[in-house]
Structure formats: structure tokens, C-alpha cells
Design a protein around this ligand. Structure first.
Ligand SMILES: Cc1ncc(COP(=O)(O)O)c(C=O)c1O
Length: 357
């Protein structure tokens, strides 16, 4: 079913009314939008499965692009509304989020404190200094470290302590929290992306049968899902697990979609339990860890389409899509859209793993 022909009772808003939906939220324009939606003809031929398309959210701009640009528009909007002059954020050592927050802060004349969590054990020296870490330094961020990687509440508490110290120096800090207990402001960026995708499908006269996206904090996945449903589209969305297994990730998506429905003040839920689809067969051995399928996916996209994926998110989510194609989960007559969420700077940090024969 196409978006312009919504299920009765499901389509609640017209696509252009997404502006009305997002109007209550302060927003700073950071991303280059709309990002392209392109067909991947050579990859389709190479995989001999459904017709493949890519939403190029690696092209959002903001110091080398990625999904976080869309999310940061709303956090920095709120920060500026609150009169903040300093932003604090936490993430893995090779986090794209913190790199892009550092870029946004620099461009808006704000100070940025980033906290790097030790989330991936036993990584080499290149991982600790190249890729996003190098970019954070160039972007002028103050860097802090946090010794754990699986303690979202603890990482947030540490940010609050740093914010307290900054306040005592006369600064006005704003924290971008990691924990799922906070309102999912960043997911609004992917409600907007859903509207953008639906408009592009209409312009290009395409019908998409499935969308595949990396699912980590799940704010992109959840925002996209709520956005599509609120706009009347029933396109199924599969989130490929990059951070935790399928059981935990579906709980997270369920929690975030409900929190987003509340944030948007919807009269009723638009996401039903069957909408929450996650895939974790390409997740092992864990967050930020390469596997053979990821390396193959990165090389395949580079070699067939000239498109760079990343080792942590899009390499893994593309590996998931390729595995689903091989398992014949999509008929050849169908069309599938892969959301490229960015992350390419981390390629340089994973040099030793990626160059393995
Ligand atoms: C490049 C990239 N893709 C995907 C994701 C996952 O997005 P989300 O955290 O919204 O699930 C991230 C988040 O860290 C990312 O940096």
C-alpha cells in the first residue's frame, strides 16, 4: 500500500502537515536536506534480489554527515531556546554523534564537552586516536572519558557532574542525554525524514515495500516508524541491531515509539506491536565489533556502487539486509530502501580489522 492511499483510520496527517506536527519544537537548521534517495542498480544486479534503493543520510553535512544531524537540530534548538552556551554529550570512543555535536556547537559559537565511553574492549591505538577522535580534536571539543560502556544512566550522571562544574564557572550548560528515560527529542528528526522519504517516493513515482535502518539508541528507527505511521504509510521498517540483541532492542523500540507518541501529543498510538521488527543475525560479536559479513558488505558497496559504509552501523545493517536477501525474505519484484545513516569517519579507526585478508 502506498502512502498516498493510507489505511482508513491509520493515516492521520497529510505529508505537508508534518511541519504542523513539529512546529511546537525549537529547531536549529544543521542538516543539508533533503538528502538524495537513489536507486542502487549495480547492487541489485549483484545480489539478484529485490530492487534496492538508498536514502543518503550520510550526506546530511555537518562535518562528514550522518543521521545525527537530523536529531541534533532539535537538541540544539532546545539548547538555544534555554539560553545555553555549552553543550555536553556522551558516546562511544568512535561515536559519530559526539563528533557531529562538536561540529554543530562550533558552528553555533557554543562550547562542547564530549565524554567518550570505553564501550569496545581491546581496540588498538589507531581506534583511540584516528577517525572521529581526530575530528573531535579538530572541531575544538573538550574531551572527557568514562571507564564503562554499558552504563547509560551512569554516563548521564557524570555529564551532570561536569555540567555542575561548568555552571560554577558561570557557564550555561545543556546536556544531550543518552538514557532512554529522557524525552526522545532526537527522534523528531526522523519523523521529518519519514515525510521527506514519502515526498521523494511520490516525486519519483516509486512504491517501497520495505525500509531497513540501523537500530542503536533506536531514536532514528522509532522516529521513522512513528513518522511513517502518523503520515498514513504502512511501509514495514526493519531495524538491524547494532547495539543489543533483538529481544532487548524490540523493547527499546517499543519504549521509544510510545515516548515519541506522547511527546508529539498524539491522540492515540499509531505504532502497533507488529510494526516493531528487528533483526540481529549480523550483530555478533557485539557493539563496534567487526564480523566477516560486515567486512564483505563494506567491500561490496565500495566495489559495486562506490559508496562507503562504516564498520559499526551501516556495515552491520547492510550485512543484515544482504543476509535477509540471501534468505529470500523479499521477492524479486519488491523494492527495498536502505537508510545510510553515515559513520564513515570510523572506517579510518578500524583500519587493521578492515585490511584483514
Ligand atoms: C552512523 C550511525 N548510524 C546509525 C546509528 C544508530 O542510530 P540510533 O542511535 O538513532 O539508533 C548511529 C548512532 O550512534 C550512527 O552513528
Amino acid at each position: 500500500m502506498t502512502w498516498s492511499d493510507p489505511d482508513p483510520g491509520v493515516g492521520v496527517f497529510a505529508v505537508d502537515s508534518v511541519d504542523r506536527l513539529l512546529r511546537p519544537f525549537a529547531r536549529v537548521r544543521l542538516a543539508h536536506l533533503p538528502t538524495p534517495l537513489d536507486e542502487l542498480r549495480r547492487l541489485t544486479r549483484a545480489t539478484d534480489g529485490p530492487r534496492l534503493f538508498m536514502k543518503r543520510d550520510d550526506c546530511t553535512g555537518l562535518a562528514l554527515g550522518g543521521n545525527k544531524a537530523r536529531k541534533l537540530e532539535f537538541y540544539f534548538g532546545q539548547a538555544q531556546q534555554q539560553g545555553a552556551d555549552t553543550v555536553l554529550i556522551t558516546g562511544a570512543v568512535q561515536s559519530n554523534y559526539v563528533r557531529m555535536a562538536a561540529a554543530a556547537a562550533a558552528g553555533l559559537g557554543m562550547e562542547c564537552h564530549i565524554q567518550l565511553e570505553d564501550r569496545v574492549a581491546d581496540m588498538d591505538e589507531v581506534y583511540r586516536r584516528s577517525g572521529n577522535v581526530l575530528l573531535n580534536r579538530i572541531l575544538g571539543a573538550s574531551i572527557h572519558s568514562y571507564p564503562q560502556g554499558e552504563d547509560e544512566a551512569g554516563a548521564d550522571r557524570r555529564l551532570e557532574e561536569i555540567a555542575g562544574e561548568l555552571r560554577s564557572e558561570g557557564k550555561r550548560p545543556y546536556i544531550i542525554y543518552l538514557s532512554a528515560d529522557r524525552p526522545p527529542l532526537g527522534a523528531l528528526g526522523y519523523v521529518n525524514a519519514a515525510a521527506e522519504i514519502l515526498s521523494q517516493l511520490e516525486e519519483q513515482r516509486l512504491v517501497m515495500d520495505h525500509i531497513v535502518i540501523a537500530s542503536g539508541s533506536s531514536l532514528s528507527h522509532s522516529g521513522l516508524l512513528v513518522g511513517l505511521r502518523v503520515l498514513g504509510s504502512r511501509i514495514p521498517v526493519t531495524g538491524v541491531c547494532v547495539r543489543r540483541n533483538a529481544t532487548l532492542q524490540s523493547e527499546r523500540v517499543g519504549h521509544c515509539t510510545r515516548a515519541l507518541e506522547n511527546l508529539l501529543n498524539l491522540e492515540r498510538a499509531v505504532v502497533v506491536p507488529e510494526d516493531i521488527r528487528v533483526y540481529d543475525k549480523t550483530f555478533a560479536p557485539g557493539y563496534g565489533r567487526l564480523n566477516v559479513a560486515v567486512i564483505e558488505a563494506i567491500r561490496l558497496l565500495g566495489g559495486t556502487e562506490g559508496i562507503l559504509l562504516d564498520p559499526v552501523y551501516t556495515g552491520k545493517s547492510m550485512a543484515g539486509l544482504l543476509a535477509m536477501i540471501r534468505a529470500k525474505q523479499f521477492e524479486k519484484t519488491r523494492s527495498v530502501l536502505f537508510v545510510h545513516t553515515g559513520g564513515t569517519p570510523a572506517l579510518f579507526a578500524y583500519e587493521s580489522g578492515l585490511l584483514q585478508p
